[in-house]
Design a binder for this molecule. Structure first.
Ligand SMILES: *[C@@H]1O[C@H](CO)[C@@H](O)[C@H](O)[C@H]1NC(C)=O
Ligand SMILES: *[C@@H]1O[C@H](CO)[C@@H](O)[C@H](O)[C@H]1NC(C)=O
Ligand SMILES: *[C@@H]1O[C@H](CO)[C@@H](O)[C@H](O)[C@H]1NC(C)=O
Ligand SMILES: *[C@@H]1O[C@H](CO)[C@@H](O)[C@H](O)[C@H]1NC(C)=O
Ligand SMILES: *[C@@H]1O[C@H](CO)[C@@H](O)[C@H](O)[C@H]1NC(C)=O
Ligand SMILES: *[C@@H]1O[C@H](CO)[C@@H](O)[C@H](O)[C@H]1NC(C)=O
Length: 309
């Protein structure tokens, strides 16, 4: 008898769950749908997000979230992208900063209008403003650009890069190219990017390899994507900030032929930790650097450079 009753309870529970699931699906599909267009915005799909690194940079607080309210808020500052998440969160940005592989699920109605979809758990209902261009991360290190070469990920304790570029660059448009071009136009040969953007001024003329006050750190501390180009590293935030520094001086560029193969081990893209541990155990090299498209990661030039093919 006990067995029979257990089976009945199980069967009823299953039936109940099935009915609930069917009712839930019905509810969502009949009541909430993606708003396809609004003003200059068009829906471009459902995008995976993560609490560990937000796809869109700017969280907007709305008291009563609807798609229209979020898109209006992002339109005011002329952002290229807007996204709604979890039924009530609204984000704006100019780049999809991370490309997460997990499938997204945008099934939540908006808190302020149950007829509209407002993302889901770690999932954004994404909109593009007109045909404004945007980049899609993940970021990697840009090793050279024109006459500029990557110099290091550094902690600055003083204000060594105390000058601005010739024309101020909006942080939302920041990229390695814009930063270094701006510093070059103002006759400086050192440039730095910090916190995914520029933090205060960022151009200077540094002529000694490691000025006092600068401490070289691991590239892992500089791996935030640029707000204007999510495919490039733009420094970090640790301890008040980390610079991705670039120099035009040839003596700060890596010496040709000083690249070290990592013992034949192929490093996976984005596997910076693996690169660093490989370099740390390579005898005679002080290194901490990561890279994405090659299998070399150690270099003994100034203990910081990463080789990228
Ligand atoms: C991008 O980076 C995130 C966070 O590190 C990672 O989870 C994801 O797999 C990366 N995406 C790709 C396409 O490599
Ligand atoms: C939320 O917004 C909807 C649609 O604009 C409106 O009908 C509703 O009254 C609002 N609710 C609150 C609590 O403001
Ligand atoms: C709720 O969303 C629907 C679909 O987008 C829209 O037609 C309707 O006007 C919205 N209601 C309010 C009160 O904004
Ligand atoms: C920086 O150094 C360059 C030489 O590399 C020089 O031409 C330029 O005038 C210097 N800029 C400033 C602002 O001192
Ligand atoms: C973004 O950065 C990549 C890598 O540096 C570059 O190839 C690309 O042209 C940049 N895109 C834009 C729109 O600036
Ligand atoms: C490695 O680091 C030590 C101490 O920081 C330094 O004395 C040495 O010159 C460095 N070696 C290379 C090859 O950079």
């Amino acid at each position: 008898m006990l067995f029979y009753r257990t089976v009945t309870v199980l069967a009823m529970t299953t039936l109940f769950l099935l009915l609930t699931a069917a009712a839930g699906t019905e509810f969502l599909s009949t009541l909430a749908s993606t708003l396809p267009t609004y003003k200059t915005w068009s829906s471009i799909g459902c995008q995976r997000d993560s609490i560990h690194g937000r796809v869109l940079k700017h969280l907007i607080t709305l008291s009563n979230t609807t798609v229209e309210a979020c898109l209006d808020a992002c339109l005011v500052d002329d952002y290229a992208l807007a996204g709604l998440e979890d039924g009530h969160e609204c984000y704006c940005g100019n780049a999809i900063l991370y490309d997460y592989p997990q499938p997204p699920t945008c099934t939540f109605p908006c808190a302020g209008n149950s007829s509209e979809l407002c993302g889901g758990p770690e999932s954004l209902t994404l909109y593009q403003n007109a045909d404004m261009p945007f980049t899609v991360g993940n970021a990697s290190l840009l090793s050279t650009y024109g006459l500029w070469g990557f110099w290091g990920c550094v902690e600055e304790s003083g204000r060594l890069l105390a000058n601005g570029p010739k024309v101020p660059i909006p942080t939302e448009e920041m990229s390695v190219e814009r930063c270094t071009d701006g510093c070059a136009a103002a006759s400086f040969h050192t440039a730095g990017l910090e916190r995914g953007q520029v933090w205060y001024d960022h151009c200077g003329n540094i002529t000694t390899p490691w000025p006092s006050g600068w401490e070289s750190t691991s590239l892992v501390e500089c791996n935030l994507p640029c707000l204007g180009n999510a495919t490039e590293f733009c420094g970090g935030t640790l301890d008040g900030g980390r610079f991705v520094a670039y120099s035009m001086l040839p003596e700060f560029a890596p010496a040709a032929g000083s690249h070290l193969s990592n013992g034949g081990t192929h490093l996976l893209p984005h596997d910076i930790e693996k690169c660093i541990s490989a370099c740390d155990t390579a005898p005679g090299y002080n290194v901490s650097a990561g890279l994405l498209s090659g299998d070399e990661c150690c270099n003994y030039y100034s203990a910081l450079y990463a080789v990228i093919d």
